[in-house]
Design a protein around this ligand. Sequence first.
Ligand code: TXA
Ligand code: MG
Length: 351
Amino acid sequence: MIFTKDNFLDLKNMTDKDLNKLDIPGKVIANGGLVLFPTETVYGLGANGLDENAVKKIYEAKGRKSDNPLILHIADFDMVDILASKVSPLEKMLMEAFWPGPFTIILDRKPVVPNCVTGGLDTVGVRMPSNEIARELIRRSGTPIAAPSANISGRPSGTNIEDIFEELAPKVDYIIDGGECQVGLESTVVRVIDDIPTILRPGKITPANIKEVCGRVKIDGHVMGTLKEGEQVLSPGMKYRHYAPKSKCVLVYSEDNSKLVDEIKKQIAGYRNPLVLVSNENLKHFDCHKLSIGETGNLNSIAKNIFKALRQVDKFNPDIVFIEGAPQEGIGLAIMNRLIRACEHNYIEIK
Ligand code: TXA
Ligand code: MG
């Protein structure tokens, strides 16, 4: 498909009156088409979430396994009642605290939600994004929008249109360019289990944020662990290979920065064409191929940059990649959750 002003909307410098331009992609969604659109976390590959045929196009475009459910994106609280059969006071409290924002809650679904959205589960993931373009697109399409992260399955999620144009433009009907995503990592996914908010996928909304709202929080064991053979996983997306470049990647972390640098130096010595992904201030320690993952000590900056950096790895054709890890606190837990998958659990921690 060739993209012209009829199917590509540049809203990088959006003003209020530009919101009217979202009528057209809204109609594309309403009529069963696929739209690439920005959210505050990552770009979404959106379709009418109540239209089974439209949702199936998402799975085809991504090459996604059909048992991996999609999140439905809503623009206002009334839409929750259309999708979810019962909402507990605790669930309501969480939605009110974190919406609109990078927070997805798993609720018992109503029959109106197509089976292909939920991957056959009797629950549905619901999120109200804070990105204005995303919410206005939902309003104008008049339906909840089913949207996974914009990437071919297994690839890092797209955080800007340039990174995903080649892989997804041929598969969609309309593209909205909203510039760089603010957060850079996908939403925190939470399910209330036995009256305890349980984090199935960490994100910008941290365990501490949730605890502050309702006094309790649990992190599902699969967030950092490896799935054992035959074991059930509550968030099906967590069991698949994800975010990984073609090259072998190893995650290295130490609380002590000089130990971390020394370890990566020692490790790369045996390789012909190593690549390191480290924070700005550590770049100077390496004279091999290197990429910055963000500002040293600024976890938000690393969250924002990490997928972009992972997407550049393969063009160096490295025989090994070493990636600087982050402390598992705040959004660092989400960074490490994505990186441990990108590295297929190859992890070195130096005490
Ligand atoms: O920030 C985000 O959440 C982005 C943007 C586009 O909103 N979306 C996103 O979607 O990351 P996706 O499909 O890439 O990841 C959704 C995750 C998967 O791990 C999936 O298994 C989980 O949410 N999920 C969805 N519905 C679920 C359900 N009913 N029960 C358990 N996990 C669910
Ligand atoms: Mg995804």
